[in-house]
Every structure is written in C-alpha cells, then in structure tokens.
Ligand binder design. Structure first.
Ligand SMILES: Cc1cc2nc3c(=O)[nH]c(=O)nc-3n(C[C@H](O)[C@H](O)[C@H](O)COP(=O)(O)O)c2cc1C
Length: 330
C-alpha cells in the first residue's frame, strides 16, 4: 500500500512555520476541563495530533460569565464561558513549561481588550519555550466587546498588524461568523499580514427556558457550536478559500473523519475539533485514525491532493495554495 503523508507546514514560507505531522488539532477552549489539558484520560494520546490550541488567554485573569454556562440541544451546544482563564502570567509560568516537553506543538490563543493589548500579549509569548504559534481570537461572542474586533475589517486588520509587529511566531487570526461577509474580514487580515486564518468561532445564539420564562444561560446569549455549525463553517471556508492566499484552518461541528474531509475539500489545510471533545475526548484521535482510512481508500498519498478539491468539480486532485503538504503528489 502506498505511504500516506498527512504532514503539512503552516504557513509554508514562514521562518518559524508550524510543522504538523497531520492536520487534526484540538480547538481552543475544548482541551480538557480547563482548556489547557486538565482532566484528560490517560489513554488519550493527544501528542499524536497535529497541534493543540490552548484556551484563549487574556492579560488579567478572568472569572468568566455567571452559571449556567452551557446548554445542549439537538445537534448544538450553546456556551457562554466568557473567556474564564488564569491570565497570561500564570499560563506562561505554569503551562508553557509543560508544553515545552510535548512533541505536539501548542498554539496559544490570545485576546485583548484593545489592539495594543493583543500586541502586549504577543510580546509576552515571544521566545517562550512551548509556544509554537499564536491564534488571535478576535471573535469571542461571550464577552462584552469580544466581537468588535472581528466584526470590523479595519479593527481586525489593526489587531493583526500590531500582533505581527510584536512576534516572530506564526500568527493565525480566528474569525467570527457573526458578520455580514466574513470574506471581507478575511481579506483585510490577510492584507495586514496574517499568516493563516482559523474559521470559525461560535455563532451568537440563545436558548430559552419556557418554564422559568428566561434565557437558559446565566449570561443570556451564548455561542452556538457543534454539528449545527458545520454548514456555516464550511461555507465560510469555501468562500474564503477563493479570496485569500493564506492557509485556512477549518473548525465547526466536526465529529467524524468524513466531516474533516469535507473541510479539507472546501479549502481548509487543517481542521480543529471542539465541542465533540466534551462528548468524547478521544474524538480527535478517532477522526485522525478514520481520516487515514478514508484517504487510503481514495488512494490519496499526500494531504494536498484533497485540499480544495470541492472547488474543482470533476477533477480528482487539485493543487493547494495553502499549507503545503510536505511531500509531492504521486
Ligand atoms: C466550551 C467552549 C469554549 C470555547 N472557548 C473558546 C476560546 O476560549 N477561544 C476560542 O477562540 N474559541 C473557543 N471556543 C470555540 C471553539 O474553539 C470552536 O471555534 C467552536 O466551538 C466551533 O467548533 P466546534 O463546533 O467543533 O465546537 C469554545 C467553544 C466551546 C464549546
């Protein structure tokens, strides 16, 4: 059987590019009970995954939103965690040294209240062993003002410029679906120097408790994730792939290898798994295992043979402009 090479370099030309052994990552906020890997089953070989994205970390510690913070329905989750995290100093002191010993790269997600604060967080992470890249969260719907940067192409571009000027790490900008046209924001941050995009964060939603006649979540609204988000995320990836030249990481509702393959075909060079981790933390490992089987069955030998193929109806393989796979197609 021909060898299957799932490795990729993200982004290909960056001097400190992420080298991923495969395209399956864990999405920010969903890695263990605290978003930093606590409470995972010892059987979970997460270090076989392409990368882990740690919980979004802010300058000061955040207690998060009032309880309840999660609601679950048919095909969807709603959360309003409110970026609860111990703050940047604690993460650099307590978490990064642990990550430095892992073979899987850790991408640190950061969020600030001003563009300058994003830049400060990026400077603090510079040169810290254990942090392989930054994911810039301009798209959290669960904090006051958390959407503003991602909703404005100009503000999102300004954050991107300031972060890029403050770090030598690859910078992934994570965008919000809560906009009229995500492609506009994607083009603005790409032009501002983003190394890659992560599409998408959660979609604003509400669950109502009809007995108590009030919203279910303590904070009122929350962010929709899980299978219901998948078509929205796929459309964002598909449309953005046509308009930008930087790699796209797809996230939203992925629970199976078939879901992951759909994102790759829509134009993502890698995928993240979020909500599905709460039902079963081994989901990313299963997705990776089954993705290998699916691709072998299709006689694929290199990742780039499937990236973006949904844009080329009738062709079985298309060259990828994003996230170059390490080996050439056959
Ligand atoms: C409980 C929970 C916490 C999350 N926390 C973060 C976060 O801190 N930063 C972030 O960028 N995204 C966060 N997200 C969004 C996910 O990373 C992901 O973009 C989104 O949930 C869609 O993927 P999914 O459908 O696979 O969950 C969170 C999602 C959930 C469900």
């Amino acid at each position: 059987m021909p060898k299957l090479d799932l490795s990729l370099t993200l982004p290909p030309a960056h001097p400190r590019a992420l080298r991923l052994v495969n395209p399956v990552m864990i999405a920010s906020g969903t890695f263990g009970t605290d978003g930093y890997g606590d409470g995972l089953p010892p059987t979970f070989l997460f270090q076989d995954l392409g990368a882990v994205v740690a919980k979004t970390t802010t300058l000061a510690p955040r207690a998060g939103n009032p309880q309840p913070r999660m609601a679950i329905g048919w095909g969807w989750h709603l959360n309003s965690i409110g970026l609860a995290n111990p703050g940047m100093d604690a993460v650099l002191r307590d978490k990064a040294p642990v990550w430095a010993a892992w073979k899987t790269p850790v991408i640190l997600s950061i969020a600030g209240e001003r563009a300058g604060e994003f830049a400060e967080l990026a400077r603090m992470a510079e040169g810290v062993p254990g942090i392989a890249a930054l994911e810039v969260n301009v798209s959290c719907p669960n904090v006051e003002g958390g959407l503003e940067f991602g909703q404005s192409p100009e503000l999102a571009a300004e954050v991107t410029r300031q972060v890029k000027a403050s770090t030598t790490l690859p910078v992934v900008i994570k965008l919000s679906p809560n906009v009229t046209d995500i492609v506009q924001v994607a083009c603005a941050v790409a032009a501002a120097g983003a190394d890659a995009l992560c599409l998408i964060n959660t979609l604003v939603g509400l669950a109502v408790d009809s007995h108590r006649q009030r919203p279910v979540l303590g904070a009122g609204r929350g962010g929709v994730s899980g299978p219901a988000l998948k078509p929205v995320a796929l459309a964002a990836v598909y449309r953005t792939h046509d308009s930008v030249d930087i790699p796209i990481v797809g996230v939203g509702g992925i629970t199976t290898a078939e879901d992951a393959l759909e994102f790759l075909m829509a134009g993502a060079c890698a995928v993240q798994i979020g909500t599905a981790n709460f039902a079963d933390p081994l989901t990313p490992a299963h997705v990776l295992r089954d993705l290998r089987l699916l691709l072998r069955r299709r006689r694929v030998t290199a990742l780039r043979q499937v990236i973006g193929t949904a844009h080329h109806l009738g062709q079985s393989a298309a060259p990828s402009k994003a996230g170059s796979a390490a080996s050439a197609p056959p």
